[in-house]
Design a binder for this molecule. Sequence first.
Ligand code: E4P
Length: 224
Amino acid sequence: MKFFIDTASLEQIREAHSLGVLDGVTTNPSLMAKEGISGDERVLQHYIDICEIVDGDVSAEVIATDLEGMLHEGDKLAALHANIVVKVPMTRDGVKAIRQFTAKGIRTNCTLIFSAGQALLAAKAGATYVSPFIGRLDDISTDGLALIEQIREIYDNYGIGTQVLAASIRHPMHIVQCAELGADVATCPLSAILALFDHPLTTIGLEKFLADHRKAEQTPVKAK
Ligand code: E4P
């Protein structure tokens, strides 16, 4: 399973990249706003900056909601860098835009997926990725992981190549469970990726190894 980081923070992207396990980045308008990135020029430059840090797919979302606007913005985003994937919302015009982007060889990520039917539509239009938001489903007492399982099964039934990009990840177990269910990608907050490193037995075990090593170093070598 590929690991993407779900942020527009260059600092966090650099930190995740430095771990050596990062495969890509997803952003959305809320994440860009959180970093204070606004205005056409700054937004476009920010995507280029991200592409210069990570050699992997970078999802950049359109703001327009009408077909013509999405096509115009998507073309501009895709022209920025070969790794840009145009993120398009799951709407009727969004699906039409995905079909047209696909025909032109522009890769897409269909976002705001909350049902298997939506995932099927996006795949039929040729989406490169679909983004089911599991955390937001969990938030309303619905099983987000069940959606990953359902989409996986449907795509496998028909050999559909659209990649399942599990989004709205809230914690490290979401990542592990998505991997068990066969998601192709999980896009995660940095905190969830970092939490995967931790286990109390690893910490205790390392302390013991180092303490034993120090003891051995301090013990005089016995003469033979
Ligand atoms: C996915 O691409 C979205 O940016 C993201 O995962 C949404 O997560 P949230 O529900 O934490 O906002």
